[in-house]
Design a protein around this ligand. Sequence first.
Ligand code: ZN
Length: 508
Amino acid sequence: MSASTQSTPSKVNARKRSLSELDLQQPDMRIHHDKMDFINLTTHSGNFFADPIPLKWEEEDPELRGPVVATTQHPMQRNAIGAHSGSYCIYKALAVACGKLDPNYLPKLHMTRPVFNIGPFPTWHDRTKIATMDPWGHMVTDVFGAYIRKGYDVRPTIAVTKAHIELPEVKEALRVGRLKPDGKILNAEGQAFVSKAAVEPVWYLPEIARRFGCTELALRETLFKETNMMYPELVTRPDLHVFLPPIGGLTIYIFGDPDTIADESVPLTVRVHDECNGSDVFGSDICTCRPYLTHAIEECVRTAQQGGAGVVIYYRKEGRSLGEVTKYLVYNMRKRQEGGDTAAMYFNCTEQVAGIQDTRFQALMPDPLHWLGITRIHRFISMSDMKYQAIVSTGIRIDERVEIPPELVPRDAHVEITAKVFVGYHSGAAYAEVNEVSAVVLTCSRVRVWLGLGFRVIVWVRVRCVVPRDAHVEITAKVFVGYHSGGGRRCQRGERCHRMYGGFRVSG
Ligand SMILES: [Zn+2]
């Protein structure tokens, strides 16, 4: 095992007993949600009696570190700027505004604990490794239990669970024999068994500023101005160093035994993927995003079946973090420009529309890898030099980089892949000859993709019940509360076949 696994959760559990509710001050219960004519500003620390719960980001002991308190319920003791759930806090506000949600509601967390263990690792108290998420975010009921029992609204910012996933591409890999079922990582039906974690962003501003080479003050002022002054505390509360930004979070998918991830001697395959809704979900053929993602999942399954583990980190950074509207504007410009869509103009078009080619800023990306205790990646499924450099510069070793197989590149995406290789993405042997005219070579392999698509249709047709096995609970519950169920479409998967959407029974 690597040195990074020496710290165990049992030590943490032993330490937490030293902090009791009696040691904590009473939470501020002066809540003013029901009196909108009186809003208590906490934008200045001295004048308005704000007394935040101490939060020392780099303390190893979680009790000394302190919980992230971002609730709207205790404004005086809150120690973070911003609200929970990233951008979704706005929907919570809507629920409160229309009277559907009691703003004083405290979440019932006792049955929500992680279903497997992650950490702690030495990286958890090293700001150069983790500054964009709360490493204790999945363990708040354990390590900050005293606060919760006292009445503080301390909420998880990470949730850890298990799931089954089914992808047509993985089923196709099974069908043609690239993958074999083993019943543990992948079953004969093409279901993969995964452990996963959802992570909300929690930023430690001094370290974010360091990584971007600016002062914390400059970072705070810029965030304040560029959000049109949404967060006055960024400039008025220098005593609060933690910010919950209103941006998307990330999801971690783990294939194989999560306990082996931090062990350098066990093979590990990793892809860090940035969201592309058009391709990932809807199958747009203008880019390589979904093919690369599913290729990575196939590689992760293979590594896990060989006794190692696979990790896919899915970042909500749509359109290189410029958003989907900007992305579609760029698509239009690419197709309409003189000479048509060319690799040479690929990045230039984005810059003309957005003023910049990319705002993903990989300096913040490696944090979840460090949260998992990763110190060595045997196979990195990515051609991006920016991602590669960001990871290795924080001390994680990468043995091998794996490019997307050319036969997986969709027809319209040849411009993209050619442009990327042209500007210096890691091309591997498969793209060694890529240049502006080489798309012709790549196009030859398209026949195999179309054949693959043909077989995929056959797979879809043969599986008559399109509701995944684990989703029967969800669909049944939805029908029960009144979702439109149709005229009794019959589920034909195994013993669950008796369920008719139109004739739901509670006992089912
Ligand atoms: Zn894409």
